[in-house]
Design a protein around this ligand. Structure first.
Ligand code: SF4
Length: 449
């Protein structure tokens, strides 16, 4: 029997998020060829400007063809005929006859399907000459562009304080020579006139997006997009800061961890449709609350809460399953830690370009910018906010930026929080699972009181 024996089919929102992630290829084809929209590649959650230009942001792995779980594709076809409400009632009915618990595996299957694709694209990157010295994330991103990058009209690059990342971004002009490369250079430090410089860089990128799409990006269109994004962030934040620390989960913690994985992956391009993403994540929050109200779910008060981070550059997805079997629950909260969930002020008298510049600067100086002190402080603050009982640091092979901060982090946590920490090394999905299991078993010994 599967570990994920929860009533996942009644989480309509999760099924929709999964379906929209995996069915991206057809959706994007329609947008490009029927609606004549421009597709703009992005990586990391940087979709706002693209939406404001009425173009379609795409995290390139979503252009891939996936083997979609039969039930999920049936659901996709049925939903276009009957709508999602009727479809999920039908699924609820089907569930009564699901003696093999096939439906319970839908989400698990989605995550495995995506991870298989990640590995396939990693291999493609290596085959095409990406050096073994690069991290998993950069290698499979390169693979994504090699595989389907020719379909995008432009790529929006943000320089961050990781030289490997910037080198990879530079290489895209050779990999997808027919797509326009648009750059936003983020100054590495907030000194003197950095924000003003960044505002200029944003304005240039906006002009290029306007030229590409033929649409004007006005202050109003930017504010409208920020408001939409802020609503999504508010709910995402609430799921992390409230639902994750509750002693009662709306499903078992392994399933809940998979929901967090799905949110983390799909948040990058909002499944290319911000409005529909907002509806889905709102519904997810409602479903979580409703299940708790009805007492559907699991008492997790005796299970230590463990934060695994960073995972955006690649990690072993079996980890939360192993931890669940060992009696723990797993939280993934990279976008919160790296400041991507900060809201962007969007009132009528705000200057949206200045606010966006400050948002990006904040990500660089306090979030993903890899100032070791700021980054480790962030980890500490997030650990406190999320009331975690232990931290598992994911040390990605080939990362010379984030991965280096573990020693400093461990010492700070030891001094200030007094919770256990451990480190896992990661190279590629599926490698070293037994080593990971052994390390986690030893780590879990620390929680046997
Ligand atoms: S910070 Fe590390 S994991 Fe992230 S892109 Fe740079 S090298 Fe890769």
């Amino acid at each position: 029997m599967s570990l994920f024996t929860d009533d996942i089919v009644s989480f309509k929102s999760v099924l929709r998020l999964s379906y929209n992630f995996l069915a991206g290829r057809n959706y994007l084809k329609k947008k490009k060829f029927t609606d004549k929209k421009k597709l703009v590649g992005i990586a990391l959650p940087f979709s706002d400007l693209v939406f404001a230009a009425s173009a379609i942001p795409v995290f390139p792995i979503r252009m891939e063809q996936y083997k979609i779980h039969n039930y999920l594709s049936a659901l996709g076809s049925a939903s276009s005929l009957f709508g999602w409400n009727v479809t999920s009632k039908l699924l609820g009915f089907a569930k009564q006859f699901d003696v093999l618990n096939i439906l319970d595996n839908v989400l698990d299957d989605v995550i495995h399907t995506i991870n298989e694709k990640y590995n396939e694209l990693y291999d493609l990157g290596i085959k095409n000459g990406v050096s073994n010295d690069f991290c998993y994330g950069i290698t499979n991103l390169t693979g994504m562009f090699l595989s389907k990058g020719k379909n995008i009209d432009a790529n929006l690059n943000y320089s961050i304080r990781c030289s490997a990342w910037n080198k990879y971004s530079e290489s895209l002009k050779y990999i997808i020579p027919n797509s326009k490369q648009i750059w936003i250079d983020i100054p590495p430090r907030n000194l003197g006139n950095s924000v003003e410089l960044l505002e200029e860089n944003i304005k240039n990128a906006i002009s290029e997006l306007e030229e590409l799409t033929g649409n004007l990006i006005t202050d109003n269109s930017l504010r409208k997009q920020f408001q939409l994004g802020n609503q999504i962030k508010k709910i995402y934040n609430s799921i992390l800061r409230n639902s994750c620390i509750d002693d009662f989960y709306p499903c078992n913690p392994a399933t809940f961890a998979e929901i967090l994985v799905l949110l983390g992956l799909s948040f990058q391009d909002l499944n290319s449709d911000a409005q529909s993403y907002l509806e889905n994540i709102t519904q997810l929050q409602n479903e979580i609350n409703e299940r708790k109200r009805k007492g559907i779910g699991m008492d997790v008060s005796k299970m230590p809460k463990l934060l695994i981070t960073p995972v955006f550059g690649g990690w072993e997805p079996e980890t939360h399953e192993i931890l669940y079997k060992l009696g723990a629950r797993t939280i993934y909260a990279d976008w919160l830690i790296f400041k991507f969930l900060e809201e962007i002020p969007s009132s009528n008298n705000s200057d949206p370009i200045e606010e966006y510049a400050k948002f990006l600067m904040n990500i660089t100086t306090d979030g993903i910018g890899y100032d070791q002190n700021a980054l480790t402080d962030n980890y500490m603050n997030s650990a406190k906010e999320l009331k975690i009982d232990g931290m598992i640091f994911n040390q990605v092979f080939g990362c010379h930026s984030i991965a280096n901060c573990y020693t400093l982090l461990r010492n700070k946590i030891k001094r200030n929080l007094e919770i256990p920490t451990t480190v896992m090394s990661f190279n590629k999905i599926g490698e070293n699972i037994e080593q990971t299991r052994t390390r986690l078993e030893a780590f879990m010994e620390l929680f046997i009181y």
